[in-house]
Ligand binder design. Sequence first.
Ligand code: C2E
Ligand code: CA
Ligand code: CA
Length: 577
Amino acid sequence: MEDLKYQIDLLTALNERLMASEHIYRAISEFSGYCYIYKDYRTQTAELIGPWDDTVGEKVTSLPYDERYLLNLLHEDDRKAYTESIYEMEHHHGTNAILELRTKTKFNWIECEARMVYDDDGNPAEKIIAFRDITKRKNQNEEIAYLAYNDSLTGLYNRNYFVRCLRDMCEKAEAEKVNVELLFLDIDDFKKINDSIGLLFGDELVQGFSQLLKEFQGENTIVGRFGSDVFIIAIYNPHGQRSADHIYKAIREKLREPYVLTNKSEVHFTVSAGVAEFPEAGKTALDLIKNAEIVLSKAKESGKNAICYYEPSILQNFIKTVSLEQKLKDAIDNEDFTIYFQPQYETGSGKLRGAEALLRWPDEHGQFITSPGEFIPIAEKNGAIVPIGSWVLKETLKIMNNWRMRFRLPLMVAVNISAIQLEKENFVDYVQSLLQMYEFDPKSLELEITETAFINDYDLVIEKINVLRKLGVKIALDDFGTGFSSLSYLKNMPIDILKIDKTFIDSAIADSSAGIITQAVVDMAGKLGLKTVAEGVETEAQQNFMSSIGCDYVQGYLTGKPMSKADFEKLIIRQLP
Ligand code: C2E
Ligand code: CA
Ligand code: CA
């Protein structure tokens, strides 16, 4: 601007003195990219200087003294502004004005700066108006403004802007005593999809999905992108609870058709959703977002391709989990855990076979903080199961080694192994090093795994299991009967032992057809060369039935609950000859 003023001053001066040497200031103005109108009220003349054609996009050679002519060159919507601040400048005794205007033909942006000089009596003497093409800068600014509000990949509202709009929505909703519904959406298994189609097509998929979501954008509905594959929709004053549900159903309906990428390949995908409503599920925009995200994680947990609604219990469980996670971290650092042993017996002879090692988490008074059924899944989710599981294995073998040396009884031990532990690169080496360290017979170690161990990387898990089995370590399939496990599937499993789940044992007695199935399982396992363990045997009747159908071992409250190391030691001593 300094520069412009200088030029205007210069021109004014030049004009006053050198009206005749027009070519000089024409040259200057062409050089600077400005064009000017110089109006002399005293002589009632007006003059054009500079590259007018380039700036306004029309040939303008001369200008009548009445500046109104210029209005025709401007965009209709901008004429009023020009008239008020520049054309009628003298009416309000103005001296300076600056405006950004659009031209009529080229839709260019021009900056327009005017200066008025009055004579000693206060009458208009001269007016100079400088024009400059600022289209380029304007477009850049618009681009920057666009990116400040929109996500560059999808054009949906970006995170910041969405939060701002949601905040406004919530304030308005509070004043008008209505609700705002927030829908968090996440593409299921997006990482896997990305890995299989590649990042570029992954982006294309996100764009395609965003197009679909954009259709819901409207007067009362805003749509934003929150993360790579996370989207969020806010609905102002929804119709009852079900506006989000309606949108989710519409999305699912559209996703029944596969998405076709530009390379013609088809992708099938699903989305999960979490819904939270203002003000019930959060008093501020950020609370609402946080809670909707928590609800979404619940939908993911419950098997994906699902929608889940906010309930206070979801939040409470989440808070509980977070605080347990923290306590769990401390417990690992302080080795606060202990191992319990639940005896296993041979069904025929009633001889003590050994034990299953079960993890316990006692507080300083010896009370259990919570059951493994609760904290193991948390530890599996945040990876804490890896150090915990390593500790269990080591501690168990250490105790077993001590008993072996003292009592010289060939007792086996079963240790539960999570899929996550098994997937760790050094798992097999770790087991091997412990066996060596405690001189433990590999044949007396049973690793209990569940079917989930085979879900992620089947080949790798099989390979590891085969190495372990070559060492002599036995593999037991835990909880048989609770998952997808079918008899035909057992044939190809590299396992030695089948642990028949408690639910099977319970129903085998109560219902005769279940009894027949249980019998078929035991028979089949026998034919495949597997040993069977009946888990959770609580009654004599269950014990007798399992024995009658040829189940090899039993484990349950009937013959012994999980017990401390000291108690199990007493049990061993009773077995001694
Ligand atoms: P699981 O491996 O199926 O262990 C058997 C569970 O059934 C144990 O619960 C045991 O106390 C219980 N149980 C045994 N007999 C009976 C019975 O007659 N009646 C009834 N009602 N229950 C019986 P626990 O110790 O609470 O363990 C629960 C689960 O936690 C285990 O199920 C296992 O999946 C997991 N877990 C325990 N310790 C470890 C560990 O060190 N590592 C891993 N990864 N998981 C573990
Ligand atoms: Ca087990
Ligand atoms: Ca089990």
